[in-house]
Design a protein around this ligand. Structure first.
Ligand code: NAP
Length: 274
């Protein structure tokens, strides 16, 4: 479909990032609609992006070829139920970015419509997100490509085979930015304790994290090999890594991700049943 109308239900942080990314990718603002209850935010979105902003969700659902549900998980049931008649009549591609909300619940609330569940992460707010996608059986190839191109506006996208894998995605990339923030926090504190000014320790930590991630992304090689390459026998890195391994860092990460995974499953259950 050429130039589809993309409608957002909820004009908060994630919707604004997607809208900004899509406009930067060349999508005309006139094709972007957003429903947002807060009048100040509506005016802000119109002024910043030149999009069509409306108070009523139905006004956006009435024109959208792709409908992105970008409200908080706690309100999505009510929002989806209210839009069900329009969605069933018009059958747009529905994309839900609500964390932890399962396809079977969305289908129960809206009907068996083409639906893509997307799990982005917070760096999407700075166009560096990692988004996992899963499509229900009513989504065709064109709609898959469409969903991918919309989420690619805020970072990279990957499809998962089974929707159940979304709990692992949540544990890895969904919660993952916080794990790296914790590591960075610990490194800057340690650097400061070794005598560096806090600001120097902070900048060196952040740039090192960025540099390491870029090297790993741009290299053809596995991170384990990159790590071995920078670890000379008898050197400083080897000493630090020995301490981290002896402290059980790998086991700790496995336990941490397992805990996040279990929590994701429990929350999905609650969001669907309540
Ligand atoms: N931010 C992230 O990094 C991130 C990562 C992964 C997934 N997500 C998912 O993305 C979704 C949006 O998150 P966000 O961070 O963008 O949240 P947000 O900034 O709170 O945006 C949600 C927006 O929806 C509006 N809203 C509330 N009730 C509504 C209704 N009944 N109809 C239409 N709009 C309504 C809110 O307005 P009011 O403020 O006036 O209530 C708010 O502007 C969530 O489901 C979240 O799970 C976010």
């Amino acid at each position: 479909m050429d130039n589809p109308v993309i409608g957002f239900i909820g004009g908060g942080n994630m919707a604004a990032s997607l809208i900004g990314g899509l406009i930067a990718d060349g999508v005309p603002p006139s094709r972007l609609w957003v429903a947002e209850p807060d009048a100040t935010r509506r005016k802000g979105l119109e002024a910043r992006f030149g999009v069509q902003a409306r108070e009523d969700n139905r006004a956006v659902a009435e024109v959208a070829d792709v409908l992105v549900l970008a409200v908080k998980p706690q309100v999505i049931r009510e929002v989806a139920r209210a839009l069900a008649p329009i969605v069933q009549a018009r059958r747009p591609l529905v994309i839900s970015i609500a964390a932890g909300v399962r396809e079977r619940d969305l289908e129960r609330w809206m009907g068996k419509v083409p639906l893509v569940r997307a799990m982005p992460n917070t760096p999407a707010l700075v166009q560096s997100g990692a988004t996992a996608l899963h499509a229900n059986p009513y989504v065709d190839e064109d709609q898959r490509a469409m969903a991918e191109s919309i989420l690619r506006a805020v970072g990279i996208t990957l499809w998962v085979e089974e929707e159940a894998q979304m709990d692992a995605v949540t544990a890895l990339s969904g919660s993952g930015p916080a794990y790296f923030f914790l590591v960075m926090e610990a490194m800057q504190e340690a650097g400061h304790e070794l005598g560096l000014p806090l600001e120097t320790a902070r900048i060196l930590t952040l740039q090192t994290a960025l540099g390491a991630a870029r090297m790993a992304l741009e290299s053809e090689e596995d991170v384990a090999l990159l790590r071995r390459r920078v670890t000379s026998p008898g050197g400083t890195t080897e000493q630090a890594l020995r301490v981290l391994e002896e402290g059980g860092i790998r086991t700790l990460f496995k336990k941490a991700l397992k805990a996040a995974y279990e929590r994701s499953r429990a929350l999905a259950q609650q969001l669907g049943d309540t």
